[in-house]
Design a protein around this ligand. Structure first.
Ligand SMILES: Nc1ncnc2c1ncn2[C@@H]1O[C@H](COP(=O)(O)OP(=O)(O)OP(=O)(O)O)[C@@H](O)[C@H]1O
Ligand SMILES: [Mg+2]
Length: 243
């Protein structure tokens, strides 16, 4: 992938886990180049399912995924990683028994046959996330929740991705760590990467968003720029919480 930020487009996406049971029912999305786009929606709306399809982990029943106009719908997950697409799934995803360093190495598996490039990428990760350096030889499972999230983010960044798919990065973190996560998301955008963020932390996500989509029951609901969502935030949250 080129050094410039790519555009991601999704058209008419249908996907699910069981034959004949669609979770996504014709979803259209766009993540603009170098912008931070957020997908919001109530539990079970299909947000994580959409990201899994975009990461190449779940084949869609219908629809297309386009990066800079190129159809990557049939490209498998490892091929998407080579195209500069990185995915941070929802929930804990460190390999608990492996050290921090081994976790980061796994993030760089597409570089595994280029040992020097991998070593450079690992060193760059410790420079970018200096808090990880002293933790290098610790089993990832022995770290705090916030430290584990940092390992996950560093692992996601190892191959210097240009298109970042990230699912609930602040879930379960204390407020000060949550703030660090949003600072990192803002940095990714400043660096000219395209970011597609799924988040339950609606207020914080809208604050960093350039553009917002909402999904409900596997369909597009609303979309618009940050200003629009800042105005309608209270009503949206109340509707989703059914209060
Ligand atoms: N691995 C799976 N196997 C079967 N069904 C699944 C699986 N993952 C999700 N689902 C179902 O797909 C629907 C959408 O789930 P998804 O996880 O995409 O929602 P979400 O919007 O990410 O919700 P949340 O905000 O709770 O993370 C739900 O009905 C869920 O039960
Ligand atoms: Mg989810």
């Amino acid at each position: 992938m080129t050094a410039t930020a790519p555009e991601l487009r999704v058209e008419g996406l249908e996907a699910g886990y069981y034959a004949g049971q669609s979770v996504l029912r014709g979803v259209d999305l766009r993540a603009a180049p170098g912008k931070l786009t957020v997908i919001l929606g109530p539990n079970g709306a299909g947000k994580s399912t959409a990201l899994r399809v975009l990461a190449g982990l779940l084949p869609p029943a219908a629809g297309r995924v386009l990066v800079d106009g190129h159809d990557i719908t049939r490209v498998p997950a490892h091929g998407r990683a080579r195209l500069g697409i990185a995915f941070l799934p929802q929930g804990r995803s460190v390999f608990a028994a492996l050290t921090v360093h081994q976790n980061l190495e796994l993030g760089g598996w597409i570089l595994r046959r280029r040992r020097q490039d991998l070593d450079r990428a690992l060193e760059a990760a410790y420079e970018r996330y200096p808090k990880l350096r002293p933790l290098r030889d610790r089993p990832a499972g022995s770290l705090s929740g916030g430290q584990q999230r940092l390992v996950e983010i560093a692992r996601m960044m190892i191959a210097d991705p240009r298109l970042i798919l990230i699912d609930e990065p602040s879930a379960g973190l204390a407020p000060n760590l949550t703030e660090e996560v949003y600072e990192e998301l803002a940095r990714l955008r400043v660096e000219g990467r395209t970011v597609l963020l799924v988040d339950q932390n609606v207020r914080a996500a809208v604050e960093v968003a350039d553009y917002v989509f909402t999904l409900e029951s596997g369909r597009n609901h609303l979309e618009g720029d940050r200003e629009r969502f800042e105005r309608e935030l209270g009503a949206l949250i109340r509707a989703w919480l059914r209060v």
